[in-house]
Design a protein around this ligand. Structure first.
Ligand SMILES: NC(=O)c1ccc[n+]([C@@H]2O[C@H](COP(=O)([O-])OP(=O)(O)OC[C@H]3O[C@@H](n4cnc5c(N)ncnc54)[C@H](OP(=O)(O)O)[C@@H]3O)[C@@H](O)[C@H]2O)c1
Length: 262
């Protein structure tokens, strides 16, 4: 009877607009997002926090992460951590700091395209190629390896890798952004490989192409092609994560939930 009365009052308050209707933080779980200071990563932090998740939001330079810091100031469930995903020791240190904390969803979002002038065949800058591979391939691999036990300890046990249609070999019909394209093809392959031992531990992986989204990364495309908002893109990607099950692990998803060709 008392429980029914509490539910009634909670519903009445929610309907009156006094409190957002969302699951409690304890029920929702914990999300870790890399590259959360801008673009799609920032929006992931915003939306998961709004849904009641605890968010570990990483940024290379937290002191400069103005928007993320403002979000964290307004919501104690967001914790900002410094992390460069190309720094293996830093990843280990973060995993050690959160030892014993369950991470329900690991979002490997941080990524770079590399400078176009460094990837021209004939004058390729190999150090720049290493930067792209270290960030886009080694980063998600090491993050997933370092946080496996945190994922195992969670309820949801899910990993999202922000890949790209540019990583589809079937779709490569010209020489464009070879560093970026090969890094996304490689991250697909490395995650497909480790999805097998992860599946044995109950962890599911989604490789998702967010499609063209209006962020700094796509600044050059503004006005030349339709770009979706980060708000819409993250809603779409989160829907895929909600319906992700172990039997779909290592699927290369498009943002609309369909399957992309490798
Ligand atoms: N936008 C699109 O249309 C699109 C399409 C396909 C795939 N994607 C993928 O989606 C992801 C997010 O892209 P976005 O559009 O949001 O890009 P963005 O606006 O350029 O943001 C990239 C984020 O990654 C961070 N980052 C870069 N290198 C890092 C490193 N070594 N360690 C930690 N963080 C690092 C950046 O931090 P700093 O601020 O410190 O640089 C920034 O927070 C990327 O993996 C990208 O490849 C995007």
């Amino acid at each position: 009877m008392i429980r029914r009365m509490i539910s009634f009052f909670a519903l009445a308050i929610a309907l009156a607009g006094l409190t957002p209707v969302s699951v409690s933080a304890a029920d929702a779980g914990t999300v870790l997002v890399t590259g959360a200071n801008r673009g799609i990563g920032l929006e992931f932090a915003r939306q998961y926090a709004a849904k009641g998740y605890k968010v570990i939001a990483t940024a290379r330079k937290p002191a400069e992460a103005t928007e993320l810091n403002a979000l964290a100031k307004a919501d104690p469930d967001i914790t900002v951590e410094a992390l460069d995903v190309s720094d293996l020791a830093a990843i280990d240190a973060l995993a050690a700091k959160y030892k014993g904390t369950a991470v329900d969803i690991l979002i490997n979002n941080a990524g770079i395209t590399g400078f176009p002038e460094k990837q021209r065949f004939g004058t390729i800058d190999y150090a720049s190629f290493d930067d792209v591979m270290n960030t886009n391939v080694r980063g998600p691999l090491k993050m997933t390896e370092a946080f496996t036990e945190h994922l195992v300890a969670s309820k949801q046990k899910k990993v999202l890798v922000m890949t790209s249609s540019e990583g589809s070999i079937a779709g490569a019909t010209s020489n464009r952004q070879p560093f970026y394209r090969s890094s996304k093809a490689a991250v697909n392959m490395v995650m497909k490989n480790i999805s097998y031992p992860l599946k044995d531990k109950g962890i599911a992986v989604a490789l998702i192409n967010p499609g063209p989204v209006d962020t700094d990364m796509m600044a050059g495309a503004r006005g030349r092609m339709p770009l979706r908002t980060t708000e819409l893109a993250v809603r779409e990607l989160s829907t895929i994560m909600e319906t992700l099950t172990l039997d779909k692990t290592a699927t290369f998803f498009n943002f609309d939930g369909t399957t992309m060709p490798w």
